[in-house]
Design a protein around this ligand. Structure first.
Ligand code: PMP
Length: 330
């Protein structure tokens, strides 16, 4: 019989899928690595086990302890899956721009969720970083994984995501594209692919306009899970060969196209990564194989990116497909 011994055994080995329609006019092969097929619904399932194992080994997490983390949602779900199995409590602190659906998803796994104001400085006592630090200090037996500075995040992607891409492309991958949040995905996966290819793989970061990584002025933005206003240690800035800046409007338009044209219901950071990936792919020959990592599912954003009302309210254009326009004209 072939079965996973528990839900966490089913993490990883996510599919690589070729994009066929949004790539019109592009000669290169463009593949997406679809992380929503992880049991917790995102790439963040991959980092939780290694982070908890290390904390147990180092004595930072003891039986009956509480995991407290600042997360935009996906890391919370990944941690909750392992916390359940090992008997830990979980408290997650989220910026309030994180959708209610995503907050409720963490609650459904048994976590306590605390929402904090989004547009305050990281060192403001109300920020999600500060509130989670305070809780760790106050709660006996609390452990904060601190995904922003935890080397086990990138190490997880070095051990799993990178080797999967190398194996599934049979070493033919030439470009790897990923959004940068904590930087764990791009750092670990990119480092593995550069080493395996002896420098043959170009790594491209995707960053929301307003975030620190792409070098423009820092301001708020609406895409979730990516971009920062400080430099986390999980990110090694030497890994990406370049970082492309993508606007929220571009990210959301592409996110909607991926659902309608490719059948891929993914989140806004996935749309952002695809915008960057296609921008790079447009310049490449047909021998190039571009792999773009799509971190999570669109199910968490139905009331936002996929809602015409929300899009219009936020000032984004809502383009109807030609088919729909034709139907309406009849
Ligand atoms: N997209 C989403 C939706 C995320 O939750 C995250 C994690 N913050 C990322 C992208 C970025 O991944 P990483 O933290 O590994 O850079």
């Amino acid at each position: 019989m072939k079965y996973a011994h528990s839900v966490t055994d089913a993490i990883g080995n996510t599919p690589l899928i070729k994009l066929n329609r949004v790539t019109a006019g592009i000669a290169a092969t463009v593949l997406v690595k679809v992380e929503f097929t992880n049991p917790g619904g995102s790439a963040k399932d991959r980092i939780a086990e290694r982070i908890i194992d290390a904390a147990e080994r180092e004595g930072k997490l003891k039986p009956g302890g509480t995991i407290v983390e600042a997360t935009s949602g996906n890391t919370g779900v990944g941690l909750a899956l392992f916390a359940q199995q090992r008997g830990y409590k979980t408290i997650f602190v989220v910026p309030d721009k994180v959708s209610i659906d995503k907050q409720n998803t963490m609650r459904a796994y048994g976590a306590e969720v605390i929402a904090t104001p989004t547009n305050v400085e990281p060192n403001d006592p109300r920020s999600y970083y500060s509130v989670s630090d305070r809780l760790v200090a106050e709660i006996p037996g609390a452990f904060k994984p601190n995904q922003y500075d935890n080397p086990n995040g990138p190490a997880s992607h070095y051990a799993t995501t990178g080797p999967e891409i190398w194996r599934d492309t049979e070493g033919a991958v030439t470009h790897f594209v990923a959004g940068i949040g904590t930087g764990g995905t791009i750092t670990g996966t990119g480092r593995f692919l550069k080493e395996a290819s002896e420098g043959g793989v170009t790594v491209i970061g995707a960053d929301p306009q307003g975030s620190i990584y792409s070098g423009g002025p820092i301001h708020g933005y609406n895409v979730e899970g990516v971009g920062e206003d400080f430099w986390p240690q999980a990110f090694d800035p030497k890994i990406p060969d370049e970082v492309l800046m993508v606007t929220d409007a571009e990210s959301f338009a592409m996110t909607r196209r991926l659902a309608r044209e490719e059948g891929l219901l993914v989140g806004g950071s996935s749309g952002m990564a695809v915008v960057a990936g296609l921008r790079a792919a447009r310049e490449l020959p047909d021998s190039a194989v571009v792999v773009i990592l799509l971190p999570d599912s669109g199910r968490g954003y139905l009331g936002k990116i996929f809602s015409d009302d929300w899009m219009r309210e936020k000032g984004y254009e809502v383009n109807e497909s030609d088919d729909q326009l034709e139907l309406r004209a009849r």
